[in-house]
Write a protein that binds this ligand. Sequence first.
Ligand SMILES: CC(=O)SCCNC(=O)CCNC(=O)[C@H](O)C(C)(C)COP(=O)(O)OP(=O)(O)OC[C@H]1O[C@@H](n2cnc3c(N)ncnc32)[C@H](O)[C@@H]1OP(=O)(O)O
Ligand SMILES: O=C([O-])CC(=O)C(=O)O
Length: 382
Amino acid sequence: MADDLQKGLDEVLVAESSLSHIDGDAGQLVYHGYDIKDLAREASFEEVLYLLWNDELPERDDLEAFVEDLSAEYTIEEGVVTTLEDLVAADERPMAAVRTAVSMLSASDDEDAEPGDIDAVRHQGLRIAAKFPTILAAYDRLRNGEEPVEPNEELSYAANFLYMLHGEEPDDVAAETFDMALILHADHGLNASTFTSMVVASTLADTYSSVTGGISALSGSLHGGANQDVMEVLLELDESGQDPTEWIAEQIDDGRRIPGWGHRVYNVKDPRAEILTEKSEDLGNASGEKKWYDYAAAIEKYLTEEEDFPSKGLAPNVDFYSGTVYYQLGIPLDMYTPIFAMSRTAGWVGHILEYQSDNRLIRPRARYVGPTDEEFVPIDER
Ligand SMILES: CC(=O)SCCNC(=O)CCNC(=O)[C@H](O)C(C)(C)COP(=O)(O)OP(=O)(O)OC[C@H]1O[C@@H](n2cnc3c(N)ncnc32)[C@H](O)[C@@H]1OP(=O)(O)O
Ligand SMILES: O=C([O-])CC(=O)C(=O)O
């Protein structure tokens, strides 16, 4: 048994996967062989969802049948809405609210499932992916004192979410931008939340449990929570009224960790951040309000040219520009990480399907460093 300690599991191989490949030095990401740049520009999120769950891109009739099955599950049960109302009353964060609501989707699933049944993973995964946008949009409306908007099956997955959130159909730019953001966040190897889902699934727990685990892991600021943190930083900079370069230099002097920078796998700028940089600038140009893009770009320039970030392999990750894109689409800050979860459900379920089809319980070990020969003293004599 190897005794090398691999804290954080860097470089430890625990599975084989054909879902996504990352070249961290070249800054390249592919989903099942297709470059993320091509998928972002040419495909829809529904096609990517199909790809990650079926290992191939759909033909048109496959896609139509898949979208029909997906949209048939868009509606959420009254009990879920009641729970969301209770969570609004408790002032719960949207990320915690979706975690709770996704967990309770098992209650309304009447299909019996044997542990390890791949068809059950597919069925449960489809229900979760379909209902996720409905839950999230309903939560935002309820907390604003508005009635949830019924899903519109005629719209794309991305457009339907924006429609349910804002109560009106998005324009093409908003729908296409959001669709692209969903594609970019759909999968990324064995990141912490995907691995969490796989660990839960490897016990043959159901997919509701596995995805709930994934949402929990994604919520933290070292992982998916960073997209909200980035926008908070940009708002803080705006509030300060300072020049972005001076402001970021002060933050570095104070030893602050910059959200949206650094990645366990990339040593160069994340290819998804490259695409989101362009999108953020395009949205700014189109609206005439470019300051959010400008702030982020000024920080990137400073950290790249004036600090030793590049030599440490620190560059913008996917979260650095996504916040400015969502902000310009009028999405509330605390919805950014749940939106990431909505998209990453595709990857979580894809990895569960792949892993459970040749399952082995995931169970690493810790090196024991505690005492070994303590004498037990009964509680009343301690
Ligand atoms: C979707 C995603 O999950 S992408 C990642 C989202 N998370 C963030 O953006 C949060 C900010 N980034 C980070 O905290 C880290 O870069 C992580 C967690 C993403 C990756 O961390 P690790 O690979 O474990 O690197 P680790 O935390 O060991 O940092 C290595 C060195 O880089 C520094 N560093 C890493 N990230 C940053 C950052 N964002 N700002 C400043 N310094 C950083 C660390 O201080 C450390 O420096 P040292 O060696 O001088 O002590
Ligand atoms: O891969 C990782 O460690 C983090 C992640 O989920 C991503 O970048 O999308």
